[in-house]
Design a protein around this ligand. Sequence first.
Ligand SMILES: CC(C)(COP(=O)(O)OP(=O)(O)OC[C@H]1O[C@@H](n2cnc3c(N)ncnc32)[C@H](O)[C@@H]1OP(=O)(O)O)[C@@H](O)C(=O)NCCC(=O)NCCS
Length: 428
Amino acid sequence: MAQQTLTITDNRTGKTYELPIADGTIKAMDLRQIRTSAEDFGLMTYDPAFMNTAACRSAITFIDGDKGILEYRGYPIEEIAEHASFLEVAYLLNEGELPNAAQLKKWSDEVRYHTYVHTNIIKFLEGFRYDAHPMGMLLGGVGALSTFYPDAKNIEDPRCRYAQRVRLMSKVPTIAAFCFRNLHGLPYEFPRNDLDYIGNFVNMTFSIGGKHEPNLVLQRALEILLILHADHEQNCSTSAVRAVGSSGVDPFSAISAGIAALYGPLHGGANEAVLRMLDEIGSKDRIPAFIEKVKKGEGRLMGFGHRVYKSYDPRARLIKKVAYDVFAQTGMNPKLEIAIELEQIALKDEYFISRKLYPNVDFYSGLIYQAMGYPTDYFTVLFALGRLPGWLAQWEEMIGDKEQKIARPRQIFTGPARRPYVPLAKRG
Ligand SMILES: CC(C)(COP(=O)(O)OP(=O)(O)OC[C@H]1O[C@@H](n2cnc3c(N)ncnc32)[C@H](O)[C@@H]1OP(=O)(O)O)[C@@H](O)C(=O)NCCC(=O)NCCS
């Protein structure tokens, strides 16, 4: 077998170094020995936006972006989306294996019985303006939960971490539903522990006067969407949870950092942007002109392109199917017709083909959420609910990883060289 090493010659000094290769990587720290003099700090890598740097080992989610493969703990997303419940997926991501019936019952019961939040959280949420963006409320609300559970700081204790996991899985949907009610000026609907996870959440959002007629097809569609969002390895928000969590802060604070990252339009906010884009296009005959604008660099085709997937995002394929199930219940939406046509045109266009730009998870998800009755501002909150088990699993994995330390990237300093302080009176 060929030697698993990399030989590097530093042409500045003529010296040669042999670095081990493991798991298709070299250790960035192994480069530090490459220096021109004893005073030289040593060679570093420069990798803005982590385009080619593995920051951790992870056994949770596997993605092959070129082949369009996504697996949770080895199980293909297609099979999981068809057969599993969201709580089953949350268990799988966090515990590493699918639960047996007794384990699933215990886990579901625990999550079901912790859905209430301290009433002061309600007072806190009431302090937001009537038009507060629900993601701002969610990240504030989840961050505030840390002050209600000071024991959560005990992150060294696995039993304590488990308890926080249960709390977050139970209470984040409650806070998320309260944010929805705020958006509509409706009184908060309290959790009902006789309902299942999705049924309770839907009830807390849509119940009026204590009444809500559940539509099981729409509930399953929502559950599938949450499953499809449950984890996606080291994306921006997950990296935020890991980076903030690496400081040793409690999981409520680390998760609220993930929510903040998800808030951004290039991450979780993209499905919101897709709907705005479909509104802007307005009708099918205006699609070619829109595509031309995008190709000229005047805006992006939202819901297209992905840092990792360079072929059809497998989640987008599944979501497209869910869209048809949902629209069969709610009636066809003209925006869906524009989206389908837009996709067909873009998939045949050289600009998108050459850049490997395909629909991503957000291309259809916004349309589905809207059909279910969720307003555009709320879509990212639903994404956060879906991603929560993934954030928790990644946080747990990070805590147990002996190779990890507090996250602290290096920089290339580009500022001025050392200079003396100029007193105010002498400044021009
Ligand atoms: C997701 C995204 C941020 C990934 O970005 P990235 O990996 O950094 O890719 P880049 O921005 O380097 O783009 C590579 C090329 O494709 C083009 N491109 C990428 N996404 C595009 C899009 N949605 N529409 C039009 N052109 C796009 C870029 O302009 C660039 O072209 P160039 O090489 O001529 O300059 C990007 O594709 C995007 O902005 N998509 C729209 C937002 C979205 O749907 N986000 C949800 C992600 S799940």
